[in-house]
Design a protein around this ligand. Sequence first.
Ligand code: HEM
Length: 522
Amino acid sequence: MFSVVLLSLIAVLVVTIYFYIKWKYYTLRGSVPGLEPEFLFGNLRQLGIITSNKELIDSYIHGCEKMQKLYGDIFQFWLGANHFYVFCRPEHAEEIYTHRHIFDRADMRIKTFGLVAENTLIATIGSEYKRHARAILPMLKKHKFVSQTLIITNCVDQLIDIWKQRYENKDDNICTCLVNDNQQLLLDLFTLITFDYDLGNLKRLAKSAISLNRKENFELSEMTNALFTWLNTLKRITINGIPYFINYYLLKFDRKFQNALKILEKHIEKIIIHCQQETDPDMKPINLVASLVSSLQDDENLERLKPEIEKKGISKKELLDELLGLIAAGFDTSSNVISWFIYYVSKKPEIQQKIKEELKQNGIRKETSLDHFDLLNECKYIDCVLKETLRLAPIGLGGFRTLIDDTVIDGVKLCKGDTVLSLMHFMQQDPRNWKLDPTQFIPERFYGTDAPDINHHPFAYSPFGGGHRACAGQELARLELKIIITRLMQFVTFVDTPGNNGGHRQQMAVAPKDLAVEIKFD
Ligand code: HEM
């Protein structure tokens, strides 16, 4: 009898919890249109983004685009358990990005990043954010990197040599692993210029190209492997639909993830020691890691006891999280932009030709070393190509913000705690915002003072988000991408092939699913 009562009570409890979670997390709110979400999956399965066993088969961007077609410019959306209101007009973006006292970094970002690196800039707000920003933001300004041009070109040169080894004068000369190649390029390059640390992936890639002439037989470095485990975990917890506190405990017992963290801690400890040995404490920090290391707290225990507003500097754990967060934010985005650039220009040889002519006109030939970024100042067409790539490439959804006060956008009442998304990618391709066909890759839309789309609405184009929480690395990103594009165009031409079909593959950012080009060496 007792056990029957107990079982009944448990059953009632489970059903109550189920309905509570369903009501709290998975129910349409107010009058804003949207698809009634499914338990755990939200709208992801309904929109064909994931399968029933949570395999990602399409990008979140396609999902949001389908919703816009169904419901118009304002709708609600569930990415797993994460609910947000989506806004699709530049006027909405302006409202969201310019009112920093109402819209701050989104809770879902704080919580998901917080599970894998709770102290990264991306996952902090208020005084804690300001303390981290003081150590990081000044070091991500463009002028801090212009002297690193040679490091960037050296990395690109290594990759071009790898391609030569693999494809020059070979029958099988179609490259289908560019997304991976570009990831290794950006990982090595990013850790070198920001942390003065060589991950050695390009060297490994080169070795495998020489010894086996096969691109698949390539072993990642220990740190890169751990980094990918960490990134995949971040991607998984973003979409697995499980409430945060359960994910928190699942991660505590996830051995693969915990091992990866230990490996990352070990390598980052090495980076810190190397940096401390190399840096003169009386000199100004010369790179990002040096700035972070110089901000390390003298007495962590003492700082921990202070209220946040009085804390100074960052702890060692915070430094580890910052480095991970910056790699996560910086490498996947930039490497996918390069992959999309290659995809778009392989379809338009005339654009590659125009870039090459611009380089020649500015005296930049094959043998010209790009040791001064100033050399590229006059290459305005390349700027337009990069701008157009960032407009069309489906890198991310846009800016997420959580409200810290009630407000109204375009007649929609929003409450403190609600999360909104300014759907940047959609706006960048919405025909209402562009004169020339926005589905086409046309750098000329921005080229020259009277170019057709030069006077677009300022908030119709925001690949780096906007406002006080816009991308912290955008100056670095623009600089490294311009140098990479230039260096590639100094030496190679990308030629379209029958398997070069594009499509979306959702990683942290979105990569082209089928990128297959012939690489011609000029
Ligand atoms: C083409 C490359 C990149 C793209 C398209 C990109 C895009 C973005 C976007 C859309 C956001 C969200 C902005 C918002 O919510 O308004 C963001 C945030 C961020 N990005 Fe980037 N990013 C790129 C490269 C980088 C690089 C190279 C770094 C670092 C070195 C970086 C560091 C960050 C950080 C730290 C944040 C969070 C800022 C904050 O929370 O205040 N990003 N990025």
